[in-house]
Every structure is written in C-alpha cells, then in structure tokens.
Ligand binder design. Structure first.
Ligand SMILES: NC(=O)c1ccc[n+]([C@@H]2O[C@H](COP(=O)([O-])OP(=O)(O)OC[C@H]3O[C@@H](n4cnc5c(N)ncnc54)[C@H](OP(=O)(O)O)[C@@H]3O)[C@@H](O)[C@H]2O)c1
Length: 324
C-alpha cells in the first residue's frame, strides 16, 4: 500500500490542494485501475501512467476519481452502431482508467437511455457512479414518476446521486430525493446550476438544505464559484461537481493556433484540455469535474488531466492570462 507520503509525492499536488484533501483521501491505496496509458492514446500525446487522483465526498468519506464525465449532447444519439460505437469506446476508456462518475439527466434527450444501454452492455454498472437529476418537474408525484422512469432508462434499481436540476422546485424535490435515499434507491442528494447569475441562489440553497453535492459551472474564464460556492462547500462539507469546464467547448476556440505554454510540462499537461481540467481540479474545494465528449481520443485526453501534478497559483494565473 502506498504511504501518504508516496501518494502525495506521486501526485505532486500543489500545497493548497494537499491541505484540502482529507487525510483519509490520501491514506488509502488507490483502487485497481488500468493506467491511463492503457487507454489507447493518440500517438502525439505522451502517455502518463498512474492512478487517477481521487477526492473524498465530505458527507461520507467515500473517494471518487476527480475526472468524471458528462452526457449532455455527447450521449444524445440514436440506437445505431455508427452513433453508439464511439461512445462505447469513450465509456470503455473511462472505466479502464478507473474513472467512475457519470452525470446525466432525464431531460438530456436520449442520454439516459444510451448510457443505461452501454453500461449494461459493458457489464460495468458496479464501477460507475451514476448521477442523474429531478429535472423540470413540479410536485412530489411528478418527481417520483420521473425518477422511476430514469431508473428504467438507466437499467438500474438505484443511482449514486440524485440532483435537483437548476434549483427547480428545490424544497419538494430534495425532500423526495431524501425519501428515496431512505429507501436505498439513492446514495447522495444534490443541487445543480450552470450559470454565474444563479450562484447566490445556489449558495442560499446550500445553506438551507445542506445537500451532499453541489454541481456548478467553473472554468478559467468563469470563476464566480470561487467567491461563495467553494468557501461555503468547504465550510458545510459539501462535495463539488464542476460542469462546463470547457465552457461547452468554447474554450478551445480561444486557444486555437496558440502553442501550449512552456510551463505546461511542469504540470504534467500535454494539451489545452488537460490544462483547463487541471485548473478546475487544482481548486481544493472541487471533488470531481465532468467534461463531456463523444470522441474516444478526447476522453483519453481528459482522463490524463487526473494524473500527475496540478496547477500552482502562478500557473493558474498564467492560464487565466492566456485566455484574456
Ligand atoms: N445545470 C446542470 O446541471 C448542467 C448544466 C450544464 C452541464 N451539465 C453537465 O456538465 C457536463 C459538461 O458540460 P457541457 O457538456 O455543457 O460542456 P463541456 O464539458 O464544458 O464541453 C463539452 C465540449 O467540449 C468538447 N471536448 C471535450 N473534451 C475535449 C478535448 N479533450 N479536446 C477538445 N474538445 C473537447 C466536446 O466536443 P467533442 O464531443 O467533439 O469532444 C464538447 O463540444 C454536461 O454534459 C452535463 O452532464 C449540467
């Protein structure tokens, strides 16, 4: 078993990040996980071997890998192999690397159906941390009907995380999620949003309802979460799941044609995507980030961000400046 010192040295976390990873998150042996390098990488990318960095969910101490995956858009496909084969490979590489957290929602078109089918087909349900939502519903009965439909579509009898989407009918839907947790159908409850202007309302809901998870947008160009959400999450012991880390892909347009900064290698990053994700994960309040992709090589790229050193304060500032 790796000692805490070996673990810290091997991941070379920034001092700030180390301070915020609970001791329990460092003292356990990493789970058996294929090295990221095993997930057929694009030849131009140096393969980085090693287990994915993990963070603890404060309400339980359970550790999850910091790189997860979203399904909005990317998993909204039909039933044909031409559309599904790339996603099969995305999921295969994701699970092979030891990643687990996948976020979806009943309102993401066919995403729940596709995810449910591919997880069942690959026989990896026990290795996937399924996060879905109560989305756009009013009242307990409508929420319950939607959740039961989500279980059917996801081909499962439980989910690891049930989130109230975009603060819709929060008190009623969160009470329902807690009721389902009592019944063993849900492990954790959460709330989500994805725009900066909602952060005050999200912070108020965190204080009022104390969910296990808050899911929020954060990136080098949308840093509002640093003001209230992250400090509050740490104070209240709420896990943070980050969406829109690539600004729905728009960050890549900002760096088109720009060479990777020379210091990227000091953070074990070989692509802009890895720098963007390492920026998010180097914020100590963050538990997991959920980039979405429909492309296997982009998935391998994203997984590499969960290995090696994170960004220190100077590197974080340099990345923000590079995007101005
Ligand atoms: N309110 C909410 O609860 C809420 C709101 C928004 C999002 N979410 C969740 O958060 C997840 C992520 O957010 P998002 O899907 O809006 O956007 P995102 O993850 O910020 O960006 C996705 C885009 O980045 C591209 N991409 C991914 N990896 C790449 C790589 N390595 N290199 C180059 N391009 C890459 C993808 O294109 P390719 O497919 O071509 O790779 C896609 O266009 C969603 O899927 C959803 O699960 C939740």
């Amino acid at each position: 078993m790796a000692t805490r010192r070996e673990f810290v040295a091997s991941t070379a976390l920034s001092a700030a990040a180390v301070a915020l990873v609970p001791l329990s998150a460092c003292s356990q042996e990493a789970p058996p996980a294929a090295p990221v390098a095993a997930a057929a990488s694009p030849p131009s990318q140096p393969a980085t071997a090693g287990p994915l960095l993990r963070r603890a969910i404060p309400s339980s101490g359970e550790q999850v890998p910091v790189i997860g995956m979203g399904t909005s858009g990317s998993f909204e496909v039909g039933g044909g192999d031409a559309e599904r084969d790339p996603l099969r490979e995305v999921l295969r590489r994701f699970v092979a690397a030891g990643a687990s957290v996948v976020d979806t929602a009943p309102t993401y078109g066919s995403a729940e159906d596709v995810l449910g089918d591919l997880v069942a087909e690959a026989g990896v349900r026990e290795r996937v941390f399924l996060a879905t939502k109560l989305s756009g519903v009013e009242g307990r009965e409508a929420g319950l009907a939607q959740f039961e439909d989500s279980l059917r579509r996801l081909r499962t009898d439980r989910v690891e995380l049930l989130q109230v989407h975009n603060l819709g009918d929060t008190a009623t839907q969160l009470a329902l999620a807690r009721e389902l947790r009592q019944q063993g159908k849900v492990k954790y409850v959460g709330i989500t949003h994805f725009v900066e202007r909602a952060h005050d309302a999200v912070a108020e809901a965190m204080q009022a309802h104390r969910p296990d998870f808050v899911q929020i947008n954060y990136s080098p160009v949308s840093r509002g979460a640093e003001t209230r959400i992250f400090p509050l999450a740490r104070e209240l012991g709420i896990a943070v799941m980050v969406n829109r880390a690539f600004e729905d892909g728009r960050l890549f347009a900002r760096v088109k044609g720009k060479p990777l900064p020379g210091w990227a290698k000091d953070a074990d990053a070989s692509s802009w995507a890895q720098l963007f994700l390492k920026f998010v994960v180097s914020e100590p309040a963050v538990t997991v980030v959920i980039p979405a992709t429909s492309k296997p090589d982009n998935e391998s790229d994203n997984l590499r961000a969960g290995v090696g050193r994170l960004l220190d304060a100077r590197q974080r500032a340099a990345l923000v400046a590079a995007l101005e």
